[in-house]
Design a protein around this ligand. Structure first.
Ligand SMILES: NC(=O)c1ccc[n+]([C@@H]2O[C@H](COP(=O)([O-])OP(=O)(O)OC[C@H]3O[C@@H](n4cnc5c(N)ncnc54)[C@H](OP(=O)(O)O)[C@@H]3O)[C@@H](O)[C@H]2O)c1
Length: 234
């Protein structure tokens, strides 16, 4: 396979593992990054997904180098945890702006070419927390739950155009995002996970690559948990 694949936030963490998985399968992979030195081995385009102009510019660069995006993985996301009574409006809206509205921006732009090609694969990275809830993460959980309704609506809207929209809902994954937790918090989380450990980013990447593969051609509107059993039944 040598498809044009774009992974937002592909410069580190889960996104980097996803980009690596596609590259290993022979795809042409572009990643977005915001600052610093992006990892080697990919077409790296600078892009903050909260800025429509930067999203447009990033797509132009990817299209010029790799052709229209055939597989989009909307992975970029942030947390700003706080209990409700201490959560400012900015804490709430900035997380929704990145995780949900930012995803809307990159998906909408990708669909222009996918509609023309009458095929495409879109995978959104949500979280177990979007379905299970999490004290102190009302903003994050709302944004991640929103991705489910977003993907399922688009699955209905664009299924006839052979574009699939699926959601991967990771549990706790060993990345910068979770390294800020204390040992006590980590132990508390692990005690709730049937598999008794955090996920490695590559374990999330495997599910994403599958959803973009030919084997997954009849899967759309699905929410695939990759959470060690944490969210069972949700
Ligand atoms: N780690 C977990 O346990 C876990 C669990 C469930 C779901 N998730 C989700 O998985 C995704 C990746 O998480 P991670 O653990 O790999 O997190 P991470 O290590 O903190 O990386 C976050 C990525 O998102 C990018 N990003 C953030 N805001 C952005 C913006 N406005 N524009 C463009 N890129 C932006 C970051 O880019 P910069 O390097 O430029 O900051 C970085 O590449 C997120 O959507 C997260 O919510 C993570």
């Amino acid at each position: 396979m040598s498809r044009s694949v774009l992974v937002t936030g592909g410069n580190r963490g889960i996104g980097l593992a996803i980009a690596t998985a596609f590259a290993e399968a022979g795809d042409k992979v572009a990643i977005t990054y915001r600052s610093g030195e992006p990892p080697a081995g990919f077409l790296a385009v600078r892009c903050d997904i909260t800025d429509t102009e930067q999203v447009e510019q990033a797509y132009k660069e990817v299209e010029a180098a790799h052709g229209p995006v055939e597989v989009l993985v909307a992975n970029a996301g942030v947390t700003k945890d706080q209990l409700l009574m201490r959560m400012s409006e900015e804490d709430f809206t900035s997380v929704v702006e990145t995780n949900l509205t930012g995803t809307f921006r990159v998906v909408k732009r990708a669909n222009r070419a996918m509609l023309r090609a009458r095929k495409g694969r879109v995978v959104l990275i949500s979280s177990v927390v979007g379905l299970l809830g999490s004290a102190g993460q009302a903003n994050y959980a709302a944004s991640k739950a929103g991705l489910v309704g977003f993907a399922r609506s688009l699955a209905r809207e664009l299924g006839s155009r052979n574009i699939t929209f699926n959601v991967v809902a990771p549990g706790f994954v060993d990345t910068d995002m979770t390294r800020t937790l204390t040992d006590e918090q980590r132990a508390g989380i692990v005690s709730q996970v049937p598999l008794g450990r955090y996920a490695q980013p590559s374990e999330i990447a495997a599910a994403v690559r599958f959803l973009a593969s030919d084997e997954a051609s009849y899967i759309t509107g699905a929410v695939i948990p990759v959470d060690g059993g944490l969210g069972m039944g949700h």
